[in-house]
Structure formats: C-alpha cells, structure tokens
Ligand binder design. Structure first.
Ligand SMILES: [Zn+2]
Length: 185
C-alpha cells in the first residue's frame, strides 16, 4: 500500500518543469512567450492561433541590457559600436496566418511610401524655400518610421538570456496552447 510522502512535489508541476528542461523549446509564462534560440514555433499564427501560412518565417531578434541605452546620451556612435558587440541574437521561426501576414506587409509598404513622401516634401520645401512644407515632411517621415516599426514587428523581445528568450506580443489563444514555463534553477 502506497504511503503519502509529504516531501514529494506535485507531479504535474514536476512533469512540466522537466518538460521545460528536457523536451520542447517553447513555453508560455504569463503573457510572455519563452523560447530556446533556434526554436521553430508551432505552425499556427502567433497572433490569432489560426493555421500559419507556409512557409513560416525565419526571424532574428536582438537584445541588449536596457542600461546600455544611457550611452546614447554620451555618444550615439559609441552606443552603436558597443550595442553591435554586446547584443544577443535569437533566431526563431514564427508562423503568421494569411491575414496577419498581409497586415504586416501593408504596414511595411505604407511606412516605405510615407518615408519617401516625407523625404520628397523635405526636399521640395528646402528647394522651394517653403519651411512649412519641410516641417510637414519631417513629421511625415518620423510618423512613417514609427508606424512602420510598430506595425511590422510581430514580437517584442523583453530579454535574451543564456538559455531562454522572452517575448511580448504573442496572442493569448496561441500562448494557451503552449506548456507552462517553470524555472528549475
Ligand atoms: Zn493571425
């Protein structure tokens, strides 16, 4: 007859912890997606959990410690050099459905068109001595860059560690299908 061992950890939790260490390479941790570098995510849209359009996309994400941004205030060039050296890289293969892939493409094309138009307006304003036109051009250029960056990115890296990379931006339904992540060390 089996006796109850009070020191035994809950088995489901132990099993999930083991699966995080031994098998699999992507998990959910609250609202965050946790992956091992080089992971191929399940063939579903990371935004809405619909079947992913083939072929899935190979993406590379970069991250460095946020404190490094302080160097920008000292010298932008020094920051860029240090960031290039110390940044960490994670390749991940991600799935997007047709709808989300198209949305991403449209925002990229819109951003490029807006940027070109902005540059054109700046040039026109400078050559035609019309400062207001130039200012509109600068505003359009900046807005296009921001919209392009925000609209085209599908995941945002929150941290790239030694073994795991964490992302924000994955859909709740997609995350719900992944095993939970438990730190085991
Ligand atoms: Zn989708």
């Amino acid at each position: 007859m089996a006796t109850l061992n009070p020191y035994q950890p809950p088995t489901t939790r132990l099993r999930e912890a083991l699966s995080a260490e031994v098998g699999g390479d992507c998990w959910r941790d609250g609202k965050e997606l946790v992956v091992r570098p080089g992971c191929t995510l399940p063939g579903r849209c990371i935004k809405c959990n619909e079947p992913a359009a083939e072929p899935m996309q190979h993406a590379r994400f970069y991250w460095h410690h946020p404190a490094l941004y302080l160097v920008i205030f000292i010298n932008l060039l020094i920051y860029l050099v240090i960031a290039l050296i110390v940044r960490r890289r994670t390749p991940v293969t991600i799935g997007l459905c047709e709808r989300h892939r198209m949305r991403r493409r449209v925002s990229t094309i819109g951003a490029i068109a807006g940027t070109l138009l902005g540059v054109g307006l700046i040039g026109y304003g400078v050559s035609g001595d019309a400062p207001v036109v130039s200012m509109i051009g600068v505003a359009m250029l900046l807005a296009s860059l921001v919209c392009g960056i925000v609209g085209s990115r599908v995941l945002v890296v929150t941290r790239i560690g030694e073994n795991y990379t964490r992302f924000r931006g994955a859909g709740t339904e997609f995350l719900a299908t992944l095993p939970a992540f438990y730190r085991t060390r």
